[in-house]
Design a protein around this ligand. Structure first.
Ligand code: ATP
Length: 507
């Protein structure tokens, strides 16, 4: 198997395929696009829905201890004061006064150029897989250009949050290459503001939610009082979240409007939270494997104690190896009872649970697995994408692009193909089968082009199976040719066997 050459190249090919085949388009493209926003086309919408459905079925419907919720996107502004988002949901921002570019300070790196033990200048680079190498090359270039003699030392990269005040004017802007235009980092709140009602003064300010999690905390009592739940139990939600990211990037990896799947698992204050945390990490890993992500691309990152919020007991991220680097896919946090306590204090409404055994009231603790649908979708696309050299019917070598989606996620489960379109007996059987399959699964009917071309089109869409209705079907035993996407092998199959295969693989 051969895939594209460099990681950038690979990402470009994936983005191009997404556009070409109708998975993902830039939002408002006819107006030049809108940075950080995307639209999902016909295949993308199906793929995304399948990710959501798999998660919802496995997380909520197939478990006895988790219930679902759909809370509103715009909530009372006091929610975000109590949760700490108004004061603290910020990223450090650096402006370039000349180019008007904005950077996240923790993604903008710099290094001193040190020659014979003396700092002779500074270089900068935006965070990438190769930040250190880029800074080293820039430092050597700087020395050469300024014709400085002596031995250059290896660079020590730092991000802009670590820059000393006296260093800031000396660090070049990545946009202009010249020092003097970067501002010191300042806090930038990432919540999108809006106004509710006819007034647009301070009293009408509200926010688009930056996470779905607060809905579960705010509705905790409602669910306990109506949902017949007993500790430990979870509340899960899927929905849109909005963050005014300073530098949206890497396609849909970091966008300004995205979708989250979050679950708050409430446990007794005396429960073994570390064990429960581990169990949820294992559950999330197993779920990612069940939707076809390769184990080799997954790893764990435990946040160091000193970087955790004061209330946090521990956070572990499941990382995925994207073409642009190993990045956070799913965060699993042990948040103590911070959130419920904050809302109890701010609203004056108790958020306690009554323990029948000890006859004591307490505020439950929580474990929170939080993941982005779009990040899963991108991981799935990257892992599924392959380019291969294969032989066509005449034995000529040609390239095939294939998306090896798991049948659970594939946007189209089966393509139904009558061998030729001007033979009514074939078309009739094919259409009947297509209508029958369509009642349960998303299937596709295609009668145009030679059969090899039609297979290729389905390979690119990630369709696991093609069913061809041919002369054997109508003249012999009613069986079809089943062509398997990954092996490209073909075999005869009955209608009952086809339905059984789908029932087993698509769940
Ligand atoms: P990051 O450090 O990458 O900004 P985070 O730690 O702020 O992410 P959380 O607040 O824990 O993320 O959000 C939970 C999940 O939501 C993340 O693991 C990710 O999958 C998803 N997510 C967060 N921000 C974005 C975004 N801007 N675009 C797409 N998905 C996102």
């Amino acid at each position: 198997m051969s895939t594209a050459d460099s990681p950038t190249d690979l990402m470009e090919r994936i983005v191009a395929l997404c556009k070409r085949r109708g998975f993902i388009f830039p939002s408002s493209e006819i107006y030049g696009g809108f940075n950080g926003f995307f639209d999902y086309g016909p295949l993308g919408a199906e793929l995304k829905k399948n990710i959501r459905d798999c998660w919802w079925n496995d997380m909520v419907r197939r478990r006895d201890d988790i219930v679902g919720l759909e809370s509103s996107i715009i909530m009372h502004p006091k929610v975000w004061e109590a949760s700490g988002h108004v004061a603290g949901f910020t990223d450090p921002l650096v402006d370039c006064k000349v180019s008007k570019q904005r950077y996240r300070a923790d993604q903008l790196f710099f290094a001193a150029v040190v020659v014979d033990g003396k700092t002779v200048g500074y270089v900068s680079a935006l965070e990438s897989e190769r930040t250190a190498e880029e800074l080293q090359a820039a430092a050597e270039n700087f020395k050469r250009k300024k014709a400085i003699q002596g031995k250059i030392e290896p660079v020590q990269p730092h991000d802009m949050t670590e820059a000393k005040p006296e260093e800031i004017p000396l660090i070049p802007s990545p946009a202009t290459g010249e020092p003097g235009s970067l501002t010191p980092p300042r806090s930038f709140n990432m919540m999108f503001q809006t106004n509710v009602g006819a007034m647009t003064d301070g009293s009408s300010v509200a926010y688009l939610r930056p996470e779905t999690a607060q809905g579960m905390f705010v509705d905790f009592k409602n669910v306990v009082d109506t949902g017949r739940v007993k500790l430990p139990f979870g509340i899960a939600q899927i929905g849109k979240s909005f963050r005014n990211e300073i530098t949206p990037r890497n396609f849909i990896f970091r966008s300004r409007e995205f979708e989250q799947m979050e679950m708050e698992y409430f446990i007794h204050e005396d429960a073994d939270w570390a064990k429960c945390h581990q169990e949820w990490i294992a559950w999330c890993q197993a779920w990612l494997l069940s939707i076809g992500l390769p184990e080799s691309h997954l790893s764990l990152y435990a946040h160091p104690k000193e970087k955790l919020a004061f209330y946090s007991k521990g956070t572990v991220d499941i990382m995925f190896k994207y073409p642009f680097g190993v990045q956070e896919l799913w965060g699993i946090a042990a948040r103590g009872n911070y959130d419920l306590t904050q809302h109890a204090t701010a609203s004056g409404k108790p958020m306690e649970h009554f323990d029948e055994a000890t006859k004591k009231k307490f505020v439950p603790h929580v474990i929170e697995p939080a993941v982005g649908v779009d990040r899963i979708l991108l991981a799935v696309l990257c892992a599924a994408y392959a380019e291969e050299d294969v032989k066509d019917e005449k034995g000529n070598v040609e390239k095939r692009t294939v998306l090896r989606f798991s049948p659970r996620l594939a946007p189209i489960k089966v393509a139904v193909l009558p061998l030729i379109k001007n033979k009514p007996e074939l078309v009739d059987v094919a259409e009947k089968l297509y209508r029958k399959l369509k009642r349960k699964w998303n299937v596709f009917y295609d009668e145009t082009g030679n059969i090899g071309k039609r297979y290729r089109r389905q390979d690119e869409a990630g369709t696991p199976w093609c069913v061809t209705i041919d002369f054997e079907t109508i003249e012999k035993d009613g069986t079809f040719t089943l062509r398997e996407r990954d092996t490209m092998q073909q075999k005869r199959i009955t209608e009952a066997e086809l339905f059984a295969l789908l029932e087993e693989k698509v769940y």
